[in-house]
Each structure stands twice: as C-alpha cells, then as structure tokens.
Design a protein around this ligand. Structure first.
Ligand code: FAD
Length: 368
C-alpha cells in the first residue's frame, strides 16, 4: 500500500467519491476506504435478476442546477424517469403530490375553481386555530380534514414514531396544492435515474483511485491516519469524537425485500401506505425506476424504525437538543485543520444527492 497519499477518504459514498474524483483530477493521490463491502454508500444499487435494486431506500436524482446535471451525465447516462408516487388509503389510490387528480378522487371536483372552493370549505372548519400547537393542528389549518386524515396523518405518525399531536407544527409550514393534473413529485428542471444504477456512477467517479472496502476507520485509526497528509471524514461526527458529548439522534428504517415471480406487482415505482395500522410507509417496485421488462419483479417494504447502535442512521433529527449537541462537535472539528468533515453523517444534515455533489465539489476546490 502506498504510504504517501494526499488524502485518506473515509467513506466511499457520494461525498467521498466526488471529492476523491475532483482532487485526483488535479494530481492529488487518494485512498478511499469504506466499512461496508461495497462502494456508493446509501445510493448503492445491486443488480438482482436484471433489476437495479436501491438497497438503502429509493433514490431519484433531481436538480435544477444544470452544472450538476451535466456533471452526473458525464459519467453515466440518465433515463427520463419522473417520480409520480401514489398513496394507498384503505385500498383507494390517490395521486401525489396533491393535485387535481387527488382532488378529483377525493371529492369528484373537476375544475381548479371547484377544487379551491372545496379546500377552502375544508380549511374553514379549523379557522378557530390561530396558533397551531402541533403538526395535527397545523395540517388541519393548511389542508382540512379529508387530506389530513386520509393522506398525511398515518404516514407522518409512522415516519416519526409518535402521534401527530406530539410532532412540532413547523415540520409542515407549507403544503403545496397544485391546481393542475401534474403528478410529477419534484419541481426541478432535471430528473432521472442512472441507466445501469447508481453504483455505476460511483464506480466511474472512482476509476484510477485506490479503494478498500470492508475497512472500518475506527478499527485501525492510527495506522490509517499515518498513510495520508489530510483526512476527509464522511462518517458520523459524534462517533469521530467518541461520543464525548453524547449521541446525535436519528430515525432509522428497515427494509423487507421480496423477489416475486410475476412481471408487475403495483404498476408504479412508489406507492405510499397512508393508513396508520399498516406498519410500513411505502412499497418500492424497483424495476419501474428503469421501465424494466424482466419476467420477475423485486419489491421492498419500507418500515420506519427507532435508531439504535446496530441500525443505519438514516434521517438526522434536527431539533434543538440535537442541534446544540452538533454545535459542540462542530467546535471540536474546527480544531482539526487537517480533517475535512463532509456529507450527511459528518455534517448531520439531510442532503439530497445533488446537494452532496455540490458540497463535495466546492469543498474540493479548497484543496487543489
Ligand atoms: P453516505 O452515502 O452515507 O456515505 C457515507 C459512507 O461512509 C458510507 O458508505 C459508510 O459506510 C461510510 N462510513 C461511515 N463510517 C465509516 C467508518 N468508520 N469507516 C469507514 N467507512 C465509514 N437524495 C436524492 O437526491 N433523491 C432521493 O430520492 C433520495 N432518497 C433518499 C432516501 C432515503 C431513505 C435516504 C436516507 C436518503 C435519500 N437521499 C435522496 C439522500 C442521499 O442518500 C444522500 O444525499 C447521499 O447518500 C449522501 O451521501 P454521503 O456520501 O454524504 O453519505
């Protein structure tokens, strides 16, 4: 192993891989390690029966930044997938995000004027709530009873693992309603899925770079540090400092996967289950991300979960308590000028893929 690297990059996810690619282009030498047995971090896709399976949750690439769109397309071609999820409530299907198709299904209204009138009527029943104290009150004020109780309440309570009356109101400050028949979930200019999967994108980023998987930084920290002049750390910031001030909290997920001997299970990539009594939040049918025609299909039920030591940390909980704790770790991090903390775990921040790419490119510019 070369002992003269410019950068030891802990984590072969999107942040680590984009950073490694960018500095390598400028002649720096990198060693990328990951504790998992594969590269690509949470955007890892595995080919099963010809289907690209999103192993850590469904990922749809979307951005309005043309530079970032051109950047990812310079490594892999993207298809023209458009995310149009459905919601299943007690066996009835509703289009998301909330649009004329949803309103038609809910109330039979056929024009934007009819829909607006109905929404206003639903909201007016809660006009006595002037300062919503929790998510439930906020949702009643913004959307009224039907939309809240059929499409928001159960899903949100499952996601957060507590009643909507105990979730802060600020979580849904706005609820965009579309007064047209557009089921495209995202408002971004560009959207799609890499043809051949996200793993291919990351493998392309890492061409010509030394990569070691199944290597946990904390198992061999001193020897690994000795290999490079600088470190890019994309793991958990609290773990880096040995949880000195306490543990940052996350929401986790677990997945139940099934390969089915039928060509088509639900006719759509994403179907949300908005009833509280159904324990999972959604079913993903992976082949529909790439318009697959395989004879079999692969589905994943996604269950929200409490986070514990052995579970994946998926979503940071950005409440006051965790933000205060994060600030303490960030103060410590500032004292380590040879270490760059980047990505969703090291920054304790929910980032979409295009945000992480932008962050990694911009950070890399400080080191070339
Ligand atoms: P990661 O991908 O987590 O990479 C960090 C890597 O560091 C991991 O591979 C980990 O194994 C490694 N690591 C950690 N600690 C150590 C250690 N001690 N030693 C060695 N290696 C270590 N974004 C979108 O744009 N569209 C979507 O549709 C979308 N869907 C999502 C769905 C879910 C369920 C989730 C949770 C996120 C979603 N995202 C989506 C966000 C997307 O996953 C992130 O933007 C992206 O994965 C962040 O990359 P990263 O490199 O920061 O983190």
């Amino acid at each position: 192993m070369n002992s003269n690297y410019d950068f030891l990059i802990v984590g072969a996810g999107l942040f680590g891989s984009v950073f490694a690619h960018e500095v390598t282009k400028h002649g720096k030498k990198c060693l990328v390690i990951d504790k998992r047995n594969h590269v690509a971090g949470n955007i890892y896709t595995e080919n099963i029966e010809g289907i690209d399976v999103h192993k850590y949750g469904a990922h749809i690439f979307h951005t309005s930044n043309k530079e970032i769109w051109d950047y990812v397309n310079s490594f892999v071609e993207f298809n023209n997938f458009v995310n149009s999820p459905l919601a299943n409530y007690k066996g009835d299907l509703y289009n998301l995000p909330f649009n004329m198709n949803t309103f038609y299904k809910l109330w039979g209204v056929k024009t934007p004027a009819e829909a607006l009138k109905k929404i206003e009527k639903q909201r007016s029943k809660f006009s006595h709530i002037k300062n919503p104290k929790n998510l439930e009150e906020q949702a009643y004020v913004l959307a009224g009873k039907d939309i809240y109780e059929k499409l928001i309440k159960g899903y949100t309570e499952k996601q957060w693992g507590r009643p909507a009356t105990e979730i802060p109101a600020f979580i849904i400050r706005r609820l965009p309603f579309r007064l047209n028949f557009d089921n495209n979930y995202f408002n971004d200019t560009y959207q799609g899925i890499p043809i051949g999967g996200y793993t291919k994108l990351v493998e392309k980023l890492l061409i010509g770079i030394d990569v070691k998987t199944n290597v946990n930084y904390f198992d061999n920290k001193n020897d690994l540090n000795a290999l490079a002049k600088n470190i890019v750390f994309t793991g958990k910031i609290d773990e880096f400092f040995n949880y000195k001030f306490g543990k940052l909290e996350y929401r986790s997920l677990h997945f139940e996967n099934k390969l089915l001997n039928i060509p088509n299970f639900q006719g759509n990539a994403v179907v949300n289950y908005t009833e509280k009594k159904i324990p999972f939040t959604r079913i993903i049918e992976h082949k529909h991300f790439s318009f697959g025609k395989q004879p079999k299909t692969y589905i994943t039920k996604e269950y929200p979960d409490e986070f514990s030591k052995d579970k994946e940390p998926y979503y940071p909980i950005n409440d006051k308590k965790n933000q205060n704790l994060l600030s303490k770790y960030q103060e410590l991090a500032k004292m380590h000028d040879k270490i760059i903390f980047g990505g969703r775990l090291a920054e304790y921040k929910y980032y979409d893929m295009h945000n992480v790419i932008e962050r990694a490119i911009s950070e890399s510019k400080n080191h070339i």
